[in-house]
Design a binder for this molecule. Structure first.
Ligand code: SAM
Ligand code: SF4
Length: 451
């Protein structure tokens, strides 16, 4: 039986599963964990600790049809400037609840399109952040950048305020694919943006690519990858396009009949992985690649890779504070998501309240499952020894999870009786296997394709 037949036998091409950037996944969050927990959990952050900050900018000048991110279109900067005022209020409210000696180790601006801000508004936002939160030593500041919406003076403003990592949206360079996903972006625009970033001494550059797009073929993806490699990124994310028009309405603009089948998606990602490995990139988890000396690659090699709402990271902070509409905060006690609609978010902050609207309080059982799923997603293994240190009394539950996976996927995993390792060639099944451990899956809404 060929590898593809074995993967088919285990249901890879039919499965719809979460991406497990959290456990439980955000669609399971409920209204019973919100503002009250957010306040308690912020106040419970230990003195002297280092936290990470995520700021969501839910605005774009154009709305790409493929995009499943939480964002809204705007023709003018007026609503963006008003929104930044609300963000500044929120960060003061949040910082007041934290012990005064908490420091931020990481700041990430995501969206939407953070680079839509004018240099003046960006300066105002960052001054507010640095007035409210002290920076830790080795502070990292990363920003999601759309090269078609990134003015040189704005990029310089970000660099002047310490941006040292940039994540650049590319998706695909083929004009036919770009037409089909409603996102025009030339190689020249992307090249110029990267040049400005490098001239401004922003040395760690990631690029986002997608496979599984309409009209994408192996040949067209090779062309895109060759152009991307010529730009010499340090990291790459190659996400499987999630076609979820029932959640992301703008995707109805995409012709579903032009999408590659699940088998074709597998072949696209498999081919791309080989090409990137040949170029010297190391694969990180299910969809990232990094040069060997990159901190993500180092973390993956030393067992320090983590998975949070931003995907794969080497960030070890136990608390991630999300600011802005729809932003999610992660605490040891659970998750809280702010109101998703900008109007509801603005109203909550305007009334002096925190903006948490839904979330999840983690039980002990959730915590163990979350960690096992994170291990699977990061290292394609369940590491029983590490779990025994974190969860000393849970050996039997871990053994039960391992036995369940071995029984369900006998050729796909190997167990030494305690932990488990996914066998080479079966790594694409990892989300399906994680789904097998997920106690919240029954009755959940449909997710994106497992491959
Ligand atoms: C929040 S977007 C920000 C990117 C930035 N605004 C830009 O356009 O370059 C971050 C990344 O999410 C990924 N993404 C968006 N929609 C997706 C989807 N439907 N499936 C998979 N990945 C998606 C894209 O790779 C995108 O670069
Ligand atoms: S891909 Fe970027 S620019 Fe396009 S809609 Fe999504 S967030 Fe906005």
């Amino acid at each position: 039986m060929t590898q593809i037949d074995q993967l088919r036998r285990y249901g890879l091409f039919d499965a719809k599963v979460p991406r497990y950037t959290s456990y439980p996944p955000a669609n399971h969050f409920a209204a019973d964990a919100g503002t009250l927990h957010q306040r308690d959990w912020l106040q419970a952050v230990p003195q002297g600790s280092e936290v990470s900050l995520y700021i969501h900018i839910p605005f774009c000048k154009r709305l790409c049809w493929f995009c499943a991110c939480r964002t809204q279109g705007t023709k003018t900067l007026r609503p963006v400037d008003v929104y930044v005022n609300v963000l500044l209020q929120e960060m003061v409210q949040v910082a007041r609840l934290l012990p005064s000696d908490v420091r931020i180790g990481r700041l990430h601006l995501g969206g939407g399109t953070p680079t839509i801000l004018s240099p003046k508004t960006m300066t105002r936002l960052l001054k507010g952040v640095f007035d409210s939160f002290q920076r830790a030593e080795g502070f990292e500041f990363s920003v999601e950048i759309d090269p078609t919406e990134a003015a040189p003076d704005l990029l310089q403003t970000l660099a002047d305020h310490g941006m040292n990592r940039a994540s650049i949206g590319v998706q695909d360079f083929d004009p036919k694919v770009q037409d089909a996903i409603g996102r025009a972006q030339s190689f020249a625009q992307t090249f110029d943006c990267i040049q400005i970033l490098r001239d401004a001494k922003v040395h760690s550059l990631n690029m986002d690519l997608l496979y599984g797009l309409p009209h994408q073929t192996r040949a067209s993806l090779v062309d895109t990858l060759e152009q991307v490699l010529a730009l010499q990124p340090d990291r790459l994310a190659l996400y499987g396009y999630a076609h979820v028009p029932w959640m992301s309405k703008r995707q109805v603009m995409i012709d579903g009949t032009a999408l590659p089948s699940a088998e074709a998606r597998f072949e696209l990602t498999d081919m791309a992985q080989r090409m990137l490995r040949l170029d010297g990139f190391l694969p990180i988890g299910i969809d990232h690649f990094a040069r060997p000396g990159d901190s993500l690659a180092v973390a993956a090699h030393s067992g320090g890779l983590r998975r949070n709402f931003q995907g794969y990271t080497d960030d070890q902070a136990k608390v991630l504070i999300g600011l802005g509409a729809s932003a999610i905060s992660q605490f040891p006690q659970g998750y809280v998501q702010n109101h998703a609609a900008t109007a509801a978010y603005t109203s909550a902050i305007g009334q002096g309240r925190l903006a948490g609207a839904r979330g999840h309080v983690l039980s002990d059982a959730d915590r163990l499952t979350a960690r096992m799923i994170e291990q699977l997603m990061c290292s394609f293994a369940i590491e029983a020894q590490a779990l025994a240190v974190e969860f000393p009394d849970q050996g039997a539950t871990v053994a039960g999870a391992v036995a369940a996976l071995v029984a369900a996927y006998p050729d796909a995993c190997r167990s030494d009786g305690t932990g488990l390792q996914i066998v080479d060639g079966f790594a694409p099944l990892v989300r399906v296997m994680a789904g097998h451990l997920d106690h919240y899956r029954a009755g959940q809404m449909a997710h994106s394709s497992a491959i």
